[in-house]
Design a protein around this ligand. Structure first.
Ligand code: C2E
Ligand code: MG
Length: 745
C-alpha cells in the first residue's frame, strides 16, 4: 500500500470508533469474525458438557485449539474434512470404531454411520459448507457402527464446523447415551437363547428403539441387525393399519403388559406380509418398563388368497400403483408422524391435460398405454421415501413424506414436468404429448387432515390449470387466484417474454454531467402479479439456477442495444452489467460473453461487469478463473455495493479491480453523518491511490453529488441524474436536442 493509501486507511480506523457504531461493528467484524465464531462454539460446548473451556489467544482459528480444550474425560471424537474424511480421531474413538485395528485417519466417516442416518448426515455437512461454517452447531442422535463387530451404538453427537485456515473441518464429539436398561449379561443371554429360535425376535428399549434382533427376524423381514438397530420398528409398517389400530395396540399393551394379534408389515424388499405377533413389556424391580420384546411368525402363506384380495383392494389394477384408499391410509400415518415430530410434508396432485381427448380419439387401449407409461415415468421422479398413487382416471398423487422445503417441492414438480412433457411414443409408433398441471398442498399450513390436504392440492392444481401455470401451491383463502410460485415461474418468464431491461445513466458529478455509461437493470412483469422486484426474483433465480439463462439474455439484449446506441450518436457509451456468482460457475461463461461481444461488434473495454465483494474475492483470486480471463481481454470489473461486505481494499487493489461502486446506504447518509462522510472520503482516497475509479450509487440530492464531487468521486448514478429508463426513453434523455426514432430492441 502506498503512503496516500496508508494515510487514508489510518483515517478510516481513526474515524470509525468515534463516529459511527455501525461502521465500527462492520470493521471489527473483519478482524474478529473467526475469533468470535470459535468463542461461540466454545460457549455452546461449555453449556452442553458443563465443562469450563479455557479462553484462547487471538490466533485460535483451528480445530487444534478446540482439541486442546477438550477434557480428557471426553473420549470419543473425530475431526473430518468437509467430505467426511477423518483427519484425526481420539484414542477412544479408535478403540470403539476400529477395535484396535487399522488407523481411522484417512477413512471416511460414512462407513461408521448407520444407513438410516446417512441422508441426515449428508445434509448436515452440506449445510455447513453452504453457510460458510460460521458458528453453526448441531446436536443429534446418531447411530454409528463399530466397523469390527458391526454393533450399533446410539450416540448423542455434537457436530460443529470449524475453520482451519481456509479449509473447513468438522468436529464430531460423541457421547454414547441411549442404552437399553437391560444389562449386557441379560441381553447377551437373551440373544444367545434367541439365536436358534424359529420365531423372529425383536427387542426395543423403553423408547421403542430397536436394541437387537435374532436371525429368524432377519430371515422373515430381510432387515439385518445393522439395518434396524437404533431405528423405530415403524420402518416395518405397511401403511395398512391406521393410527386407530396403533393407538389401541399401545393402550392395550401398556394396560395389560402384553398384546397378541396380527400386523401387516412390509419387508425390506417392499413385499407386504402378515405376521402373528406377541409383544411383551419387560419391567424392572420398581415396575418401570425398560424394554419390549416381540416374538413373531410370518403367516402370509396361511391367507395368501386373502392377501391377494387385500392387494387388489389397495392397488390400481392397470398400473399396479397404490389407490386412493391406500393413499389415505398413508396420509393418515404421515399426519400422525409429522404432528408428533413437529415436521411437515407435501401432497402433489397431478392431472394430465390432454388425456380425455386422447382417450376419446384413439380409444381406451391407447388411453391405457398412456397411463401405464405416465405411471412408469412418474415412478422415476419420486424418491424412495415418497409414495405415488393413482387416484382417478388421469389423476395421480405424490406424497412427499419426509420433511420438504418449498424448493424441494419445486424441484420434484420440475422433474415431474420434465418427465411428462416429453412426447410419448406408442407401440404403433404414434407420438403424443399430454401436458400436465400440478397443485401442491403442505401439511400443516395448507391443511391438517387427509381430506383437506387432498382437496386443497386438487384446488391448487385447478388454479394452476386455469391460469396457464404448470405448478402452483395452494394459497389459503385464495383458491380462485393461486399466487404463482416465482421459483417456478421465473423459468417461464423468458419464453413468455415477460422480461425487459431498464438502463440507468452514469454521469460525471461536475457541472457538465457527461454521460459515460449506463447500468443495465433487469425487470419482470408477471401476468398476474405485475412488476416483481429484482430484489425478490434475482435471489430466487440464483437459487434455482435460472439466473444463468436470464443472465445471457440480459447480456445479449443489452449488447444489441449498445451497438445501436454506439452507432447512433453515443459512440463512447459503456455498459455495466450485474453478474451473480452462479453465472460465473457456468463453464461456458467466458466463451459466451466473448462471443456475444464479438458478434455485436462491441469492444470489450465498453463492458463492465458488476459483481459483489464476496464474489470478487472468490473469483478474482484464482488467476485461471473465468473473470480473470475476461479481465485480460480488457473487460472491466466493478465491485458492486462496496462497503456492505467485509473485504479489504488492499486485497481488492491487488486483484486489478477497475472500479468500486459505493453502497447506496453510505451515499444516503453522506450529508447527515460525519462517519459516512469520512468513510466515503476514505474509500475514494484509497481507491484513487490504487488506480481504481469510484462510482457512487443511489445519489438523490444535489448536496450528496457536490460532496462526492469534492471528494474526487469519478461517476454518480441515481435518481438525481437519471432514473432507470426504457431504451427509447434513455436515448431521448441522452440526446435531448435531437428527436430520435424508436431504437429499442
Ligand atoms: P444494484 O446493482 O445495486 O442496482 C442498483 C439499484 O439501485 C437498482 O435497483 C436501481 O433501480 C436502484 N437505484 C437507482 N437509483 C437510485 C436512487 O437514487 N435511490 C435508490 N434508493 N435506489 C436507486 P433494482 O433495479 O431494484 O435492482 C436491485 C438489484 O437487483 C441490483 O442492485 C442488482 O444487484 C440486481 N439486479 C438487477 N438487474 C440484474 C441483472 O440483470 N442481473 C443480476 N445478476 N442482478 C441484477
Ligand atoms: Mg449493480
Amino acid at each position: 500500500m502506498n503512503t496516500a493509501a496508508a494515510t487514508a486507511a489510518v483515517a478510516v480506523k481513526a474515524a470509525l470508533p468515534r463516529r459511527n457504531l455501525d461502521a465500527l461493528q462492520r470493521q471489527l467484524f473483519i478482524y474478529a469474525q473467526d475469533l468470535r465464531d470459535l468463542m461461540e462454539q466454545q460457549t455452546l460446548l461449555q453449556q452442553r458438557y458443563q465443562l469450563v473451556l479455557q479462553s484462547h489467544g487471538r490466533n485460535t482459528q483451528s480445530a487444534d485449539v478446540l482439541l486442546g480444550a477438550i477434557p480428557k474425560t471426553i473420549e470419543q471424537y473425530f475431526v473430518t474434512d468437509s467430505q467426511g474424511e477423518i483427519v484425526r480421531a481420539s484414542p477412544g474413538a479408535q478403540r470403539v470404531f476400529a477395535s484396535g485395528g487399522p488407523e481411522l485417519k484417512g477413512k471416511f466417516i460414512w462407513q461408521f454411520i448407520h444407513w438410516s442416518h446417512l441422508e441426515m448426515v449428508t445434509k448436515l455437512l452440506a449445510g455447513f459448507v453452504g453457510v460458510g461454517a460460521t458458528g453453526a452447531l448441531e446436536q443429534r442422535k446418531l447411530v454409528m457402527k463399530d466397523s469390527a463387530t458391526q454393533r450399533n451404538i446410539i450416540y448423542d453427537a455434537l457436530v460443529m464446523p470449524v475453520r482451519k485456515l481456509d479449509r473447513l473441518e468438522i468436529f464430531w464429539l460423541l457421547n454414547a447415551e441411549v442404552q437399553s436398561d437391560l444389562s449386557d449379561i441379560e441381553n447377551q443371554n437373551l440373544m444367545l437363547m434367541s439365536s436358534d429360535c424359529a420365531e423372529g425376535l425383536l427387542i426395543t428399549d423403553a423408547d421403542g428403539l430397536v436394541c437387537s434382533v435374532n436371525p429368524a427376524f432377519s430371515k422373515i423381514t430381510g432387515y439385518s441387525g445393522a439395518d434396524i438397530v437404533g431405528d423405530n420398528p415403524r420402518v416395518l409398517s405397511s401403511g395398512r393399519q391406521g393410527t386407530d389400530f396403533y393407538r389401541s395396540f399401545w393402550t392395550y399393551l401398556i394396560d395389560a403388559g402384553s398384546w397378541t394379534g396380527e400386523f401387516f408389515n412390509r419387508k425390506k424388499n417392499g413385499h407386504i406380509y402378515t405376521e402373528w405377533k406377541t409383544v411383551r413389556a419387560v419391567k424392572n424391580e420398581s415396575g418401570a418398563t425398560v424394554s419390549y420384546i416381540s416374538a413373531m411368525v410370518d403367516i402370509t402363506h396361511r391367507d395368501s388368497e386373502a392377501q391377494q384380495l387385500a392387494d387388489l383392494a389397495y392397488h390400481d389394477s392397470l398400473t399396479g400403483l397404490p389407490n386412493r384408499r391406500l393413499l389415505e391410509s398413508r396420509l393418515t400415518q404421515a399426519i400422525a408422524n409429522a404432528s408428533r415430530d413437529g415436521t411437515n410434508f407435501c401432497v402433489m396432485y397431478i392431472d394430465l391435460n390432454r388425456f380425455k381427448p386422447i382417450n376419446d380419439e384413439f380409444g381406451h387401449e391407447v388411453g391405457d398405454q398412456v397411463l401405464r407409461e405416465v405411471s412408469a415415468r412418474l415412478q422415476t421422479t419420486v424418491r424412495q421415501s415418497d409414495m405415488l398413487a393413482r387416484v382417478g382416471g388421469d389423476e395421480f398423487v405424490i406424497l412427499l413424506q419426509s420433511p420438504v422445503s418449498d424448493e424441494d417441492a419445486y424441484s420434484i414438480a420440475s422433474s415431474v414436468l420434465n418427465a411428462l412433457n416429453a412426447p410419448i411414443q406408442l407401440a404403433d409408433g404414434k407420438i403424443l404429448t399430454i401436458g400436465v398441471s400440478i397443485g401442491g398442498a403442505r401439511y400443516p399450513v395448507d391443511g391438517d387432515d387427509v381430506q383437506t390436504l387432498l382437496k386443497n392440492a386438487d384446488a391448487a392444481m385447478y388454479g394452476a390449470k386455469r391460469f396457464g401455470l404448470e405448478f402452483s401451491f395452494f394459497e389459503t383463502g385464495n383458491t380462485v387466484h393461486p399466487v404463482a410460485d416465482l421459483g417456478f415461474e421465473i423459468w417461464k418468464a423468458l419464453e413468455r417474454r415477460e422480461l425487459y431491461l431498464l438502463y440507468q445513466p452514469q454521469v460525471t458529478p461536475d457541472r457538465t454531467h457527461k454521460l459515460r455509461g449506463c447500468e443495465v437493470l433487469l425487470r419482470w412483469k408477471h401476468p398476474l402479479l405485475g412488476d416483481v422486484s429484482p430484489l425478490t426474483f434475482i435471489p430466487i433465480a440464483e437459487r434455482n439456477g435460472a439466473i444463468v439463462a436470464l443472465g445471457y439474455w440480459v447480456f445479449e439484449t443489452a449488447c444489441q442495444q449498445l451497438r445501436k446506441w454506439q452507432s447512433g450518436g453515443l459512440p463512447h457509451l459503456s455498459l455495466s452489467v450485474n453478474i451473480s456468482s452462479r453465472q460465473l460457475q457456468d463453464p461456458q461463461f467466458t466463451e459466451r460473453i466473448s462471443h456475444i461481444l464479438l458478434i455485436n461488434g462491441i469492444h470489450p473495454s465498453s463492458l463492465e461487469l458488476e459483481i459483489s465483494e464476496a464474489d470478487a474475492m472468490q473469483y478474482l483470486q484464482d488467476g485461471r478463473s473465468r473473470l480473470s480471463q475476461l479481465r485480460e481481454m480488457a473487460v472491466k470489473i466493478a465491485i458492486d455495493d462496496f462497503g456492505s461486505g467485509y473485504s479489504s481494499l488492499s486485497r481488492l487493489g491487488s486483484l486489478s479491480v477497475h472500479r468500486l461502486k459505493i453502497d447506496r446506504n453510505f451515499v444516503r447518509d453522506l450529508t447527515q453523518s460525519t462517519a459516512a462522510n469520512a468513510i466515503c472520503e476514505c474509500f475514494i482516497g484509497i481507491a484513487g491511490a490504487m488506480g481504481m475509479e469510484v462510482t457512487a450509487g443511489g445519489v438523490e440530492s444535489k448536496a450528496q453529488m457536490d460532496l462526492l464531487a469534492s471528494q474526487g468521486c469519478n461517476l454518480v448514478q441515481g435518481l438525481l441524474t437519471g432514473k432507470p429508463m426504457l431504451a427509447d426513453e434513455f436515448l431521448a434523455w441522452a440526446l435531448p436536442t435531437e428527436r430520435q426514432p424508436s431504437e429499442s430492441v
